[in-house]
Design a protein around this ligand. Structure first.
Ligand SMILES: Nc1ncnc2c1ncn2[C@@H]1O[C@H](COP(=O)(O)OP(=O)(O)OP(=O)(O)O)[C@@H](O)[C@H]1O
Ligand SMILES: [Mg+2]
Length: 365
């Protein structure tokens, strides 16, 4: 093979490899990533060498290149075979993935949101039910619903995820005084949770439950959850991030320092408290529009005057064309005044209860 043919040959191989790899490229696959780098390096070398034909140094490098490519091709072929057919056997014997997980934490920390996010990310069938969907006022109907839910999930091809929200309302501790029919609902659910463990096909059900009072759950239910994960209140960083997410489409003028002050002031606020607080703050400038009598004109639009600012126009909002009215930007002061009316909803006592429960039964999320 002469030199230019040689180059052509290498370039062809490299482009073929790149095409194949681009199809199966995954950030998580380290081997493939490394190979990508090797191939790009080879391509670069080939391009460099095209310019230096006839050089002894060049000939040596082409030989090395040939060797490198040959090994890379072998590895690549093996890898592609592995990816296409044989799955890597990670779990063997009695090692099995977790199948029943309980999410617990103070109200408004995003437990239900988390499950919704899971449902949109995974490809498996996702059943999202609330306890109220499972409890019927007809005697015997609830047990049937629970049984049907699990049977339906078992019949699906592939794995299915069953998410039961507010599980505490059906799994409260059993007592001798309670009605016979509520005991039967619990027994059915216990049976299905356990049954889903033994039958071969029900290996496919992944049960996810959420509650905000885990200490009220019957111990038989608690035992069946292999993992009990605590979803805590957001910390300072998370609170700032959450508020930034909620305000990303609005005009907010706040420095990093302002955010940090706000982050510190919202200690103990849950995700849902923060959502409400942000909404209230975003409304402040809009509410001001109604009372403002002095306006500053900016690019043919009217913005209410700030304190001490000289007015361009004196008018009430009804006198200005609606499409020309523009609220001012949201500032730290709006958040601070909203803080006075929007207090945190989770009390210290509740947090203590969760901490005690986590110490004895759960684990940090
Ligand atoms: N991590 C989060 N990211 C974004 N928004 C959040 C987050 N956590 C809570 N929220 C906000 O709080 C609202 C309520 O969240 P969600 O219903 O998931 O809470 P929960 O933990 O299920 O509460 P509960 O225990 O009372 O059912 C959401 O609609 C969302 O606006
Ligand atoms: Mg919820």
């Amino acid at each position: 093979m002469n030199t230019s043919k040689n180059f052509f040959f290498f370039s062809e191989i490299i482009s073929n490899l790149e095409r194949t790899l681009a199809e199966g490229r995954k950030a998580s696959n380290v081997d493939i990533q490394v190979m990508f780098q090797c191939i790009s390096r080879c391509r670069f070398l080939v391009q460099q060498l095209i310019k230096k034909e006839g050089d002894q140094f060049y000939k040596n490098i082409v030989l090395q290149l040939e060797e490198t490519l040959a090994t890379q091709i072998n590895i690549l072929q093996a890898k592609i075979e592995q990816l296409n057919g044989k799955k890597i056997q990670v779990t063997q014997g009695s090692i099995k993935p977790w199948k029943r997980i309980l999410l617990y934490g103070p109200p408004g920390t995003g437990k239900s949101r988390l499950a919704q996010a899971v449902s949109s990310e995974i490809k498996s069938t996702f059943y999202c039910v609330s306890s109220s969907d499972l409890v019927s006022s007809w005697v015997g109907e609830s047990e049937k619903l629970i049984k049907e839910l699990f049977q339906h999930a078992t019949k699906q091809t592939g794995r299915s995820v069953v998410f039961i929200d507010e599980i505490d309302s059906i799994c409260r501790q059993r007592s001798s005084r309670e009605e016979e029919y509520t005991r039967r609902i619990k027994t059915e659910l216990l049976k299905q949770m356990e049954g889903a463990d033994t039958a071969d096909s029900s290996d496919q059900i992944f049960l996810l439950c959420a509650t905000n009072c885990p200490w009220e759950l019957d111990s038989a239910f608690l035992r069946r959850f292999q993992k009990r994960i605590f979803i805590p209140l957001p910390d300072k960083e998370a609170r700032i991030d959450l508020m930034k997410i909620h305000t990303k489409d609005n005009k907010v003028v706040m420095s990093d320092e302002d955010w940090s002050v706000l982050g510190a002031q919202t200690e103990g606020y849950s995700g849902s408290d923060l959502a409400n607080l942000t909404l209230e703050s975003l409304f402040c400038p809009i509410r001001e529009l109604q009372t403002s009598k002095e306006w500053k004109q900016k690019d043919d639009q009217f913005v209410p005057c700030k304190d001490g600012e000289e007015a361009d126009v004196k008018a009430t909002i009804v006198e200005i064309p609606a499409h020309k009215v523009r609220p001012r930007e949201v500032t730290l002061n709006d958040f601070l005044s909203a803080l006075k009316t929007h207090r945190k909803t989770v009390t210290q006592d509740e947090i203590q209860k969760f901490e005690n429960f986590t110490k004895s039964m759960g684990e940090q999320g």
